[in-house]
Design a protein around this ligand. Structure first.
Ligand SMILES: C[S@@+](CC[C@H](N)C(=O)[O-])C[C@H]1O[C@@H](n2cnc3c(N)ncnc32)[C@H](O)[C@@H]1O
Length: 260
């Protein structure tokens, strides 16, 4: 059973596309002409739908039936049951590919990159991912220390990711830092950087894969300690300045291989 068949049952409720991420994604995609886009690891299709609404034809590739079942139907989106390592599409089937917060879940990222390159040909590839070098400076790890090991062993360091793409695709690769807005509407792992109370909500935690991997003892200790620190004003003494910030670099990055 796919991991997201287990943890993704309510994904669409809290993981909605964020307009600022969409805006940046559309700006990057506009760097070359594309009409058909593969969304690999499309999840419940929150970003596929926005691309479809902007006139793109989207091939949404997703291995989890639980995730696909929550997708909103759109005439410009074709849903495909498949994995990045073995894409059920012919060579050069699409003009561009996007991989939004999914690359770190791929079992064999090199095979996946070869496959993406095969279906994209000379088209562009856009990843939205996380720089694991940033994780230890995120305050959340003070409450849930195993996040550091998990993130460092799950996400490829950005320089290595760039090198892998350059080797496989044979193209230059750009990294574009994405500062998280304070009111992010896609509730992924760093959603509460300025709103710590969000992590006390199990509906939000349930749709964040990093939380699913924290063991029960650490989770309950971390949650009660966060609750206590919020109650006593300790969190605000240490990190309260973040509540005043509109955006912050938690470590999210667009990684872009432009069209050749
Ligand atoms: C965090 S979700 C992101 C979903 C979507 N891109 C979004 O941003 O809402 C990661 C997705 O990657 C999918 N996934 C996991 N392994 C995969 C693989 N080998 N190939 C393609 N997708 C995969 C999961 O099933 C899940 O839907």
């Amino acid at each position: 059973m796919a991991f997201y068949d287990v943890i993704g049952k309510t994904y669409a409720q809290t993981r909605r596309s964020d307009s600022r991420i969409v805006e940046k994604l559309l700006e990057i995609l506009a760097s070359s002409q594309a009409s058909t886009i593969a969304d690999i690891g499309a999840g419940t299709g929150s970003y596929a739908v926005v691309l479809a609404e902007h006139g793109y034809h989207v091939l949404a590739i997703e291995p989890s039936a639980t995730m696909r079942s929550q997708a909103m139907a759109h005439p410009a989106i074709e849903w495909i049951d498949g994995s990045a390592e073995n894409l059920p599409l012919p060579n050069q089937a699409v003009d561009a590919a996007i991989i939004i917060l999914a690359f770190h879940h791929f079992q064999n990222y090199q095979q996946a990159l070869s496959e993406v390159h095969r279906i994209v040909g000379n088209g562009q590839i856009v990843l939205f991912t996380y720089d694991p070098a940033m994780i230890s400076s995120f305050w959340l790890t003070k409450y849930f220390p195993s996040l550091i090991k998990d993130v460092e062993s799950t996400f490829l360091p950005i320089p290595q990711l760039i090198e892998e793409i350059q080797t496989i695709v044979g193209n230059m690769v750009n990294t574009i830092p994405f500062l998280l807005p304070h009111d992010l509407s896609d509730s992924f792992a760093a959603v509460g950087w300025a709103q710590p109370e969000l992590y006390l909500d199990s509906n939000i935690r349930n749709n964040i894969s990093s939380f699913a991997k924290i063991n029960a003892d650490e989770l309950s200790l971390g949650l009660s300690s966060l609750q206590e620190d919020l109650h006593r004003g300790v969190w605000d003494q240490k990190y309260g300045h973040l509540r005043q910030q509109k955006q912050y670099d938690v470590g999210y990055r667009f990684v872009h291989s432009p069209a050749k």
